[in-house]
Design a protein around this ligand. Sequence first.
Ligand SMILES: Cc1cc2nc3c(=O)[nH]c(=O)nc-3n(C[C@H](O)[C@H](O)[C@H](O)COP(=O)(O)O)c2cc1C
Length: 237
Amino acid sequence: MPDSSLFIPVILGTPRQGRQSDRVAKFIVEQVAARDRLETELIDIRNIAIATDDAGESLKDPQFSATIDRADGLIIVAPEYNHGYPGLLKHILDTCLKEYIHKAVGLCGVSAGPFGGTRVIQNLLPVMRELGLVTIFYDLNFSNVKQLFDESGNLIDKPTYIRRMERFMDELVWMSTVLKYGRQEVSLDKKDSIQVNTHANKPCPEIAVRMGTDAIDTVLKVSNNAQTGEVEATAVT
Ligand SMILES: Cc1cc2nc3c(=O)[nH]c(=O)nc-3n(C[C@H](O)[C@H](O)[C@H](O)COP(=O)(O)O)c2cc1C
């Protein structure tokens, strides 16, 4: 019997003082935790100490990396800042790569305005794809967020948001389950011989050296050989 439990942490995507998104993230964590066979935890990006004089995997935080590595899916709570995502959220997301691959992600937009963070969600989509995450086709939107919670931080119209979350979670659980099965059971063996670069069409010096070509600006073109069915890589300079 396959293990049907899933670990789906929630990333709170802003460190801002007075942020409203923390109320949204706490509500989401509660709802995820209430579901059968789901484990979750809140990842507050405010608690990740990160330098700003470098970028990418060299800034990997061991705890963040281990949590993402263990995750089967993710929920990102992203407030809309000038129609985009908070810079610190992107800076932290960029510290991992392999940890995300073939895992599901659901996006939650938060905004002071009436559009529920739809623009931050649109802007996050290409980032998710490049990280190797698989987005679901439902989002969560919290518009006019300042009016949604009472003084104690509780959602005023909880039933509406519980209903919306159910649809979103059904999809996220389905996608996370399918991808977990895929990661465990579906082999990528055929491609092992060429060690596919996770960042397709980008310079890949390590493989270029093995192919005996110029390592500086070699880009690999990956294609399927129509006769043998084998995946082939050719160097394009
Ligand atoms: C730098 C910055 C830019 C913002 N830009 C937008 C925006 O483009 N659209 C919008 O609806 N709200 C915008 N807001 C308001 C936030 O959406 C609002 O603060 C909301 O509560 C969610 O963010 P928070 O978690 O930081 O509170 C912006 C807030 C900041 C701090």
